[in-house]
Write a protein that binds this ligand. Structure first.
Ligand code: ARG
Length: 585
């Protein structure tokens, strides 16, 4: 076995060739190598059971045959045992652990190893995607931080990632916005806080249409003018979008969120006729009460609840643009996979979109990409209801981030009063933003979660402050020795791990590749969070059990090696999640 980044893949390859040389019939032996329960070793192959069962063979006998056919060097590298009815366990020998730890000495080398997972795959990730002229509030953070983490993880694992911010920049709201802009605008307020003023205009116009039918007509007329390409309204529309994008950008910068494209809904306006035509031509869409709709007879709900692709007044909608978006991403970006992030309330929409796409592409012979609606729950207040300010308004995201940084500043000041204020402010920025972000990522995204300042800023538990502190503590170990953790001189001459605490930490480190594959395969960043939290805990136990600065140079080097790799893995993991890290706290 080669000691490469992904040892599970190396073991799989070894088992496959053992299966061939042992003459296992058929070519469908699947080794199913996974990370093992640490009590049983490092890896476990579970595939023998299914293979034997399908052929009514004795699984233990098959496992023995396979193990006997494994190459001799593999036996030198691992202790191999057969457990239970026919699981094959591999426990790496200490020298093998050392051989794996040594070359994985910087982020580039880790990335080179991980890039095999998704190399050659093009992913389009649609995230953030807010609606124009509305302020970002707390709830918007989920799509941003989960989306950013997913993009970073996929790129790290070798995918080519296209990040697209699919802004909601077209639709009936522009009738009210344009009418309101013309009639109700307060120029002073507009220059002070443009997005706030746009939101006020929108709300006021919306209220006015409800009390006055003439205003409702005027609003509709503005919308029709915009849709027909009226120059003044088009210009106002552009202006409103520019105001809104500018405000969004500030938040993106603050959160280190990046996009390659901002192809909003309006980008697809001229691409919609082809959608109607193809859906009609393939017989997928039918006229129903004047609208163009797609039924899915095989589906319990969508056989009666259709996907409306053109409204009865002839206007396009969210479904039409999303179909056009799907096609554009397939044709223009040659996407192998498309990922869209929104909250779970849009689950039906995306299920119908995907059902429709599959049938449409099959009928037209288009290459079908994979599609994933990455959905997430809501952020709740302490009362278990959607989080709100005291006055019942949604909490603005910028205000929440300000508060996070303020609270973190108080915390850092309490912990490290000796640091100069400017440094404490800088640390607070990283800790505060990191805490909000990490709290969101550490949850299983499918669930709602309760937002609690004490909890997310705690130095105990699965939080950003805990992990950032763990990182800075390892930095301080190296600082005290005037050593650079990346410098090979610090770890030269390291011998293989020996004590229980050393072995346990080395094995935990070895778990990184499978955590990366699981996290990206499931698009669930909390898997990585859990791993980092456990790694930091394993490190703490190691550090409590073993003195690092011993006289024996070999022991000292191997303990420093474990410190350096823990640091590298923690920093890499946190950065993949979108956090900044600190060397001092
Ligand atoms: N603008 C939408 C919203 O705020 C989200 C768009 C998600 N992307 C998409 N292709 N539908 O709910």
């Amino acid at each position: 076995m080669h000691v490469t980044f992904n040892l599970a893949a190396e073991l799989d390859a070894a088992l496959q060739s053992a299966a061939r040389s042992a003459g296992l019939e058929g070519n469908d032996f699947v080794s199913d190598v996974r990370t093992a329960d640490p009590r049983h070793g490092d890896f476990q192959a579970n595939g023998v059971l299914g293979y034997a069962k399908a052929r009514k063979l004795n699984p233990r006998a098959i496992a023995e045959q396979l193990v006997a056919a494994l190459p001799a060097d593999l036996r030198d590298q691992c202790d191999i045992t057969i457990a239970g009815p026919g699981f094959i366990n591999f426990a790496l020998k200490p020298a093998t652990l050392l051989a794996w730890l040594l070359p994985h000495d910087n982020q580039e080398h880790l990335k080179a190893g991980a890039s095999a997972f998704y190399s050659g795959q093009r992913y389009v990730v649609d995230f953030s995607s807010p609606n124009t002229a509305k302020q970002l509030h707390v709830g918007h953070i989920r799509s941003m931080v989960i989306g950013e983490a997913i993009c970073r993880l996929l790129s790290f694992c070798g995918a080519s990632v296209v990040r697209d911010n699919h802004i909601g920049d077209w639709g009936t709201q522009f009738g009210k916005l344009i009418w309101g802009y013309k009639q109700l605008r307060d120029d002073a307020a507009l220059s002070r806080d443009p997005l706030e003023e746009l939101e006020r205009i929108y709300k006021a116009a919306d209220a006015a249409t409800k009390s006055d039918a003439a205003i409702l007509d005027a609003v509709r007329a503005e919308l029709v003018k915009l849709q027909q390409g009226d120059a003044e309204n088009l210009q106002l529309w552009k202006k409103i979008i520019a105001i809104s994008s500018g405000a969004f950008r500030e938040t993106y910068e603050r959160l280190d969120i990046h996009f390659d494209h901002e192809l909003g809904e309006s980008f697809y306006n001229d691409k919609l006729p082809r959608i109607y035509a193809e859906l009609a031509e393939t017989g997928l869409a039918v006229e129903s009460q004047g609208a163009l709709v797609v039924f899915h007879p095989e589906h319990p709900r969508f056989k009666t609840q259709p996907f409306i692709v053109r409204k009865s007044d002839g206007a396009s909608n969210y479904a039409t643009t999303d179909l056009a978006t799907m096609l554009y991403r397939t044709e223009h970006f040659s996407a192998d996979a498309i990922i869209v992030l929104t909250d779970t309330r849009q689950a039906d929409h995306f299920e119908q979109l995907w059902l429709t796409t599959q049938k449409w592409y099959a009928a037209k012979g288009y290459q079908l990409p994979r599609f994933e609606h990455v959905s997430f729950g809501s952020i709740l207040g302490e009362d278990g209801k959607a989080i709100k300010t005291r006055s019942g308004d949604p909490i603005k995201l910028q205000a929440l981030l300000d508060e996070a940084v303020e609270r973190a500043f108080a915390l850092v000041t309490e912990k490290s009063p000796e640091l100069p204020e400017s440094e404490r402010r800088e640390i607070a920025g990283t800790v505060g933003i990191g805490a909000v972000r990490y709290a969101d990522l550490a949850q299983n995204r499918s669930s709602d979660y309760v937002f609690n300042w004490e909890k997310i800023l705690s130095f105990d538990g699965n939080t950003a402050p805990y992990l950032l502190y763990a990182v800075s503590r390892i930095h301080s170990i190296f600082r005290k020795l005037s050593l650079n953790p990346c410098d090979v001189a610090a770890t030269a001459g390291a011998t293989a791990p020996e004590t229980i605490a050393e072995m346990t930490l080395a094995r935990k480190l070895l778990g990184l590749p499978s955590v990366l594959t699981n996290t990206t395969a499931n698009l669930r960043p909390h898997f990585l969070c859990t791993y980092l939290f456990e790694l930091a805990g394993t490190f703490s136990s190691f550090y409590a059990a073993e003195k690092v600065l011993v006289d024996d140079p070999a022991i000292r080097a191997r303990r420093l090696l474990l410190c350096a790799r823990t640091l590298l893995f923690l920093e890499t993991g946190l950065q993949l999640l979108g956090l900044r890290t600190l060397t001092r706290m």
